[in-house]
Design a protein around this ligand. Structure first.
Ligand code: ADP
Ligand code: MG
Length: 724
């Protein structure tokens, strides 16, 4: 079958298909968390003492002792085997955005050759996946490759069912034999711990005596596209790069806003329900789903959870979205920009910090005392984003996300903070010494409770800000749809820890000099606002005026490209931040810079090679076929009374020539390897290679508008986006 025939065949197949229906729709209370070995399951299957020990481990984050590990492992095995599970796997999160697993059987044979099952505590807390092929920067020499995985007891084990059997999955940390973190989980746990310690310092200075451990929370909204797999299979770019490298914009795109929150296509509804049933079984609280702005684009958002668990769940959610799509005849695209000219996909990371005694510290609260705690924590976030904006930008840097940031659909690549009108005024008044405190019942009342509660109105939202306060949390909106949420969470927790430590140091002095607590807090915040208030911005983040003002007047950085964002990880201030908070050693930090840069270059290299291959072997041949037909027609007509307009053929010939000439330059440039540094190589890819890819694409897209439809070999935008 020639290429264009497979395209037409796809359209027929999709038109004639009937949607799948779900085989089972069990009630929520029967399936909810039924495949999770959670506290409830543990309480049933463990002795009182063992249960108490494991619960304490989870709540305090202390390591699991060998004896408890043995007992827990035995109970886990019994539970899993009763559910027909034969394998177990440590699941971990290497420095790519991926999830990794290595499966082992429970089975071993004894000296008589009989099969018995075994799963001890040491298998639970130390697996050895080797893992020499995971990118790890230069932490480990491959010849010394020994990576270890160990269960993170704060993330419960669960059973993953596939058509090929069921596996007990153990969420794990991944470290080198020398104890360095090779993953995204260890630094996330460490950053949470650093934030906890610093937060406690502030709270105890504020006179709190009973302070439970502080934890960060995360609720991530995930956007994605669905494309029918018949189409996807005819598009090597979608299959290998996750985005279209060619494709002319359709006559109708998203201008009518008729997709957003519209009725969900039936086939997609069935898919979503299938996804959600699986998520419920795994105890993942999927809560909202709807159509997104672009045609073919959707969103799913679970209810928020502790950041560490939410992050594991987010990875699992992405896996399930992709796996289930296959079953329903779709390809699920998590790429940040699958289609040019149409909205891309992001992941809004909603984040807050709190504990069981003081509650959510990013909630203004109802009492004057709660208001003060809130202002200090909120102020600490403002300081963090101002001091480390470029670092936050680097935490969301990827080849894919570069297509979104700064385009008119996603926040700009300038990190600013949106507070909402009311709260912005409060901070401005503090800065200008205009906040009036009155004494009520012996305590200073800043009169904030009323004002701050007003903030909860969700209508008062600025969608153009990358980092927005939304009533009781911050929402980091610039994160890419394909990215792990751990990276941004690590940075948010770490900069907050650093800022809370500054707040604690400053507050301590201020409490000694000022006459009361309220005045001490206000004086800390005034200093903070004088140094960092510039980062607060409530206007239109998309406007060019802001881009100029941010950089020229406010001194904020605009970093549109990954090639400029990743080198931030090499800066001394960033190294100091991670070292002083104990989140990453300088070796660990450098390994991240190396791995992320390598990933960026690799992603663009794959795209460039695909552009060359597709232009040469798919597009050009189709063009030649059509040109041949045109020239045959032209010669058949010559000498007859009908005149033939050759301008179409000459336009096509010209475009094809220009495309192939750009392909040749790209083929030559992509072989370059004489770079002095990784930064130089990244710049070369970000500029020269990306420009050449764009040039090839421009000519190819022009050709798509000229070639007879029946000859065009690749499924078109209008087909992939609108045929369901
Ligand atoms: P919107 O699309 O209006 O931003 P959604 O309801 O789709 O809102 O998503 C909001 C996300 O924020 C959900 O995952 C929700 O659970 C989460 N969230 C709500 N409160 C908090 C909080 N205090 N901390 C972290 N996440 C939160
Ligand atoms: Mg949101």
């Amino acid at each position: 079958m020639s290429e264009n025939e497979s395209r037409l065949e796809s359209i027929r197949a999709i038109t004639n298909r009937s949607p799948m229906s779900l085989s089972s729709t069990e009630p929520l209370n029967t399936i909810w968390a039924c495949d999770v070995f959670n506290f409830a399951t543990m309480e049933e299957s463990l002795s009182k003492n063992a249960f108490k020990a494991i619960k304490k481990t989870v709540q305090t984050g202390e390591p699991l002792d060998k004896a408890t590990a043995d007992v827990v492992a035995a109970a886990m095995k019994e539970w899993a085997i009763a559910k027909n599970v034969k394998f177990f796997s440590h699941i971990f999160y290497p420095l790519t955005n991926a999830t990794a697993e290595k499966h082992d059987g429970f089975i071993i044979t004894n000296s008589e050759g009989n099969a018995i099952t075994e799963f001890t505590g040491s298998l639970l807390i130390k697996g050895e996946p080797d893992g020499s092929s995971f990118p790890n920067g230069s932490i480990r020499m491959t010849n010394a490759a020994r990576g270890y995985t160990a269960w993170d007891p704060s993330s419960p084990v669960y059973i993953m069912h596939t058509e090929n059997g069921s596996t007990l999955m153990i969420p794990s940390v991944f470290m080198s034999w020398t104890g360095e973190s090779l993953d995204k989980k260890i630094p996330l746990l460490r950053s949470n711990d650093a934030m906890n310690k610093a937060g406690k310092r502030v709270l105890s200075l504020m006179g709190e005596t009973n302070i439970a451990p502080l934890d960060s929370s995360c609720g991530a909204e995930q956007e994605y596209f669905l494309v029918d797999s018949h189409f996807a299979n005819c598009r090597p770019d979608l299959l290998l790069a996750g985005r279209t490298l060619f494709g002319k914009a359709p006559e109708k795109g998203q201008e009518f806003d008729d997709h957003y929150f519209g009725s969900i296509p039936k086939r997609v509804q069935v898919y979503m329900q299938d996804v959600e049933d699986q998520l419920y079984r795994l105890g993942i609280p999927a809560k909202t789903h709807h159509n997104e702005v672009a045609p073919g684009q959707f969103e799913i958002a679970p209810y928020f959870e502790a950041a560490n668990v939410a992050s594991d769940h987010q990875q699992l959610l992405m896996t399930i979205l992709k796996m289930t799509a296959k079953k329903h005849g779709f390809l699920c695209l998590l790429h940040e920009k699958p289609f040019a000219g149409i909205n891309g996909s992001g992941k809004h990371v909603n984040w807050s910090v709190g504990n069981s005694t003081q509650g959510n510290l990013l909630d203004p609260g109802k009492t004057p005392h709660e208001n003060l705690n809130f202002l200090l924590f909120c102020g600490a976030v403002i300081r963090g984003v101002h001091k480390f904006g470029p670092l936050l930008r680097s935490a969301i840097a990827s080849a894919g996300n570069d297509h979104r940031l700064g385009a008119n659909e996603a926040p700009p690549a300038i990190l600013s903070v949106y507070l909402g009108e009311q709260l912005e005024k409060v901070f401005k008044d503090i800065k200008e010494g205009k906040l009036i405190a009155c004494k009520e019942n012996g305590e200073m009342d800043l009169g904030l409770s009323q004002i701050l509660n007003f903030e909860r109105d969700p209508g008062d939202r600025n969608r153009t800000s990358p980092f927005a306060f939304t009533g009781n949390r911050f929402e980091f909106r610039a994160v890419g749809s394909e990215q792990s949420v751990s990276g941004p969470l690590i940075v948010m927790n770490t900069i907050l820890a650093d800022s809370l430590n500054w707040v604690a140091d400053t507050l301590k002095i201020s409490l000694e000099t000022e006459e009361d607590k309220s005045s001490a807090v206000i004086s800390v915040l005034q200093e903070l606002m004088n140094k960092h208030g510039n980062v607060i911005f409530g206007g239109d983040g998309y406007s060019s005026e802001w881009h100029t003002m941010a950089v020229e007047e406010r001194g904020l950085k605009n970093i549109p490209k990954t090639a400029d964002a990743l080198p931030v990880l090499q800066e001394a201030s960033v190294k100091k931040l991670f070292e002083s908070t104990g989140v990453l050693s300088s070796v660990e930090l450098m390994s991240r810079y190396e791995v992320y840069s390598e990933q960026y270059i690799l992603a663009l290299e794959v795209e460039a090679k695909l552009v060359i291959e597709m232009a040469k072997t798919i597009i050009y041949p189709a063009v030649v076929t059509y040109l041949t037909e045109l020239s045959m027609l032209s010669s058949n007509l010559s000498g007859k009374s009908i005149t033939f307009d050759d301008s179409v053929s000459s336009t096509i010939a010209q475009e094809a020539g220009a495309m192939m000439s750009a392909v040749n330059t790209l083929s030559h440039e992509i072989t370059r390897n004489d770079f002095d540094s990784t930064n130089e190589q990244m710049q070369f890819f970000a500029n020269d290679i990306c420009d050449l890819m764009e040039e090839v694409r421009m000519h190819a897209d022009n050709l798509e508008g000229e070639i007879a439809d029946k000859y065009w070999p690749l499924p078109k935008y209008r087909e992939m986006l609108f045929i369901k």
